[in-house]
Design a protein around this ligand. Structure first.
Ligand code: ADP
Ligand code: MG
Length: 253
């Protein structure tokens, strides 16, 4: 029960998911997920294609409707029909496999768009923040470049900067490096790594097992819409308990 649709309650955890179910028609894709994520925690989600990883992330900012269960993010109960989704989404940034930058806008303009619309400050302030973000992702010299003039890795770093521009408390990454040429994966993972060390709360769906092992506080292995197993990277990669986890890891490691 929330006291108000717009005021976050005090929270001990940044994300609290209980009994989350999601169906598309008769296809139940998430079959009761329970997940609690603390402030500053980095959780990597791994698992075979089709296991519901993207759907899970999309339920965390209600890009997908929630069929049953509760999802509380930064104190906002997403199953409360009065919840202000625009407000919630300022707390949660999301980065996808494909960058979805506006092709007719420069890198700087792409980053400035949301904070200008949301009146996050004067135009000069928003611009200064956007420039700082470009510097943070190592692209100060690309402010005036359009997406077509950028490499895949550069585009994804602009997309991350754009997500950070509304100053979110939580970042969700859905296979942010899967569409990149191998030589560009590292530069994007480095930006995510930096965010982790700055204490950003993150849920990272990834196929990069080395990265998950290095950066995650916790790794969740999903299959067929359930959490099969979770633990520290040492536990999950070093000593998986479930046969399905062992099978998956034997194929990808
Ligand atoms: P993953 O990210 O682990 O590969 P997804 O969450 O994308 O898995 O998909 C899980 C299942 O949900 C798949 O069977 C997929 O076909 C189905 N699914 C995902 N999105 C939709 C949708 N918008 N409509 C119908 N089915 C969907
Ligand atoms: Mg997916």
């Amino acid at each position: 029960m929330s006291t108000s649709a717009t005021t976050p309650a005090s929270v001990s955890s940044k994300i609290r998911v209980s009994g989350l179910r999601k169906s598309f028609g008769s296809n139940e894709v998430l079959k009761g997920l329970d997940v609690e994520i603390a402030e500053g925690e980095v959780v990597c989600v791994i698992g075979p294609s089709g296991s519901g990883k993207s759907t899970f992330l999309r339920c965390l900012n209600k890009l997908d409707e929630i069929t049953a269960g509760t999802v509380v993010v930064d104190g906002y109960d997403l199953t409360d029909k009065n919840v202000n989704l625009n407000e919630v989404r300022q707390h949660i940034g999301m980065v996808f496999q494909h960058f979805n930058l506006f092709p007719h806008m420069t890198a700087l303009q792409n980053i400035m768009l949301a904070p200008v619309e949301l009146r996050k400050g004067t135009r000069q302030e928003v611009r200064a923040t956007a420039e700082r973000l470009l510097e943070r992702v190592g692209l100060s010299d690309k402010a005036q470049a359009r997406p077509a003039q950028l490499s895949g890795g550069q585009k994804q770093r602009v997309a991350i900067a754009r997500s950070l521009a509304v100053n979110p408390d939580i970042m969700l990454f859905d296979e942010a490096t899967s569409a990149l040429d191998p030589e560009m994966v590292g530069e994007v993972l480095q930006v995510i790594r930096d965010l982790a060390s700055e204490g950003m709360t993150m849920v990272v769906v990834t196929h990069e097992m080395g990265f998950a092992r290095e950066v995650a506080d916790r790794v969740i292995f999903m299959a067929d819409g359930v959490i099969v197993e979770e633990g520290t990277p040492e536990q999950l990669f070093g000593n998986p308990q479930q046969v399905r986890t062992q099978d998956f890891l034997s194929k990808v490691l």
